[in-house]
Design a protein. Structure first.
Length: 216
């Protein structure tokens, strides 16, 4: 069975039938030099220390299951929203540091996956649309379309050059994607928390093989 899939946006990662597991690192991380601070914040030449860095794939929308006969066809059930990702920095104490500089520092902490994605630090970045459109399959079955993002969040402490300290939490996402699963097909080695498995459990029959509880 072939699945024709269109991307949600430039640079989107498309996941079909499987997702990726969450990655979490605990404990304080070594201080990282701030990328940039604003004069308005009057808190320059400081360093960030990160903790509770959490990176995971989050299901953002899932459609109702759709049954198609021989030859397949277009998937017309649009995903219903489950989670709206956002780019934000919240401050708990101390002076307000430039949010975009904070997010760039988080991007540097996360590493290569952010790369040149300037949207990662854009606090005005809109949430990805759920209506991927143009998805079709060429075989019979019971299909579910879903959408997800790889979300990144972390707590931070920022020490200004003059010794003052700020603390808060930053969040953004690296990629967004979509996928299609077939309820009567097992998802192989899908692990708890993966978007495909979560979508199957929401939209397929409870004992369907894709949920991990039915017979393969």
């Amino acid at each position: 069975m072939k699945i024709a899939q269109t991307c949600l946006a430039t640079g989107v990662a498309v996941a079909l039938l499987t997702g990726t597991a969450a990655c979490t690192s605990g404990g304080d991380e070594p201080a990282v030099r701030a990328v940039r601070t604003t004069a308005a914040a009057a808190c320059e030449n400081g360093t960030y220390t990160w903790s509770r860095v959490d990176k995971r794939d989050v299901l953002t929308g899932v459609a109702e299951k759709q049954e198609l006969g021989e030859g397949g066809g277009a998937l017309t059930h649009e995903p219903a929203p489950l989670h709206t990702p956002r780019v934000a920095v919240t401050f708990e104490e101390g002076p307000r540091v430039d949010p975009e500089a904070t997010l760039r520092a988080l991007g540097a902490r996360v590493g290569e996956e952010v790369g040149d994605d300037s949207a990662f630090a854009d606090v005005r970045r809109p949430a990805p649309k759920l209506d991927a459109g143009g998805t079709s399959v060429d075989g019979a079955g019971t299909f579910v379309e879903y959408a997800w993002v790889r979300q990144v969040s972390a707590d931070f402490r920022y020490t200004c050059g003059d010794g003052r300290r700020a603390a808060g939490r930053a969040t953004s996402w690296i990629v967004d994607g979509s996928g299609v699963l077939e309820c009567t097909e097992a998802l192989g080695n899908a692990r708890e928390g993966e978007p495909a498995l979560a979508a199957a459990r929401l939209s397929c029959d409870p004992d369907a093989p894709a949920t991990g509880t039915g017979r393969t």
